[in-house]
Design a protein around this ligand. Structure first.
Ligand SMILES: CC(C)(COP(=O)(O)OP(=O)(O)OC[C@H]1O[C@@H](n2cnc3c(N)ncnc32)[C@H](O)[C@@H]1OP(=O)(O)O)[C@@H](O)C(=O)NCCC(=O)NCCS
Length: 168
């Protein structure tokens, strides 16, 4: 599979917004991910992703076509050696193994380039595909945060996963 992670460019804006503007996708994301997702939202996000800070955000390119995004987000204080992993894939490309491979690539990037010992992610209880992506990348299930998410007017459990550098 020809999969690459590359920094997003403003020329990716239209396709990015087109893929991101999807309620089925939004239902599995934090509410900071807008819906509807406008061209303006895509421009803001792409500009944010270009900044040099402790967010490391990439576009996911499958056969040179933009299909989604993935990022590692730095934490603070005593959690400063942990990063949170986030990702999404546009619906036309679901179930082709793309997220699994993109997570493998960003885990490799993170442990090789950042001063971190842990990568973590949480999925809401209904998002079994995302839990599976983490399991396929050897993330360990840490437990459930009971009804910690309020999404689309429903309280949902969150499943917590992590991968430690030692185990990588
Ligand atoms: C979750 C998401 C990233 C998965 O991306 P993807 O590229 O389709 O994932 P992959 O193809 O690499 O792997 C999906 C796995 O989940 C499985 N799966 C898919 N739907 C499933 C379901 N409803 N129940 C159980 N497993 C499911 C697939 O069979 C596959 O596992 P397998 O290889 O063992 O068969 C994608 O659906 C998405 O972007 N969803 C919306 C946003 C989101 O959830 N982001 C993550 C937030 S934590």
């Amino acid at each position: 599979m020809k999969l690459k992670l590359q920094k997003l460019k403003l020329s990716d804006t239209n396709r990015f917004a087109e893929l991101a503007n999807n309620k089925r996708l939004w239902l599995n994301m934090r509410d900071t991910f807008p819906h509807p997702y406008t061209i303006g939202n895509a421009i803001s996000f792409i500009n944010f992703s270009k900044k040099d800070n402790d967010n490391h955000i990439f576009g996911i390119f499958y056969n040179n076509e933009l299909v989604g995004a993935v990022g590692l987000h730095g934490q603070e204080d005593i959690n400063r050696h942990s990063v949170e992993l986030g990702y999404w894939i546009g619906e036309p490309h679901w179930n082709k193994g793309i997220a699994t491979k993109a997570v493998a690539l960003i885990v490799d990037f993170g442990f090789k380039n950042l001063d971190i010992n842990r990568i973590f992610a949480s999925t809401i209880e209904s998002n079994l595909a995302s839990s599976r992506v983490l399991e396929k990348n050897n993330f360990i299930f840490e437990g459930v945060s009971r009804k910690s998410a309020f999404k689309n007017n429903v309280f949902l459990d969150e499943y917590n996963f992590s991968l430690l550098k030692d185990a990588y």
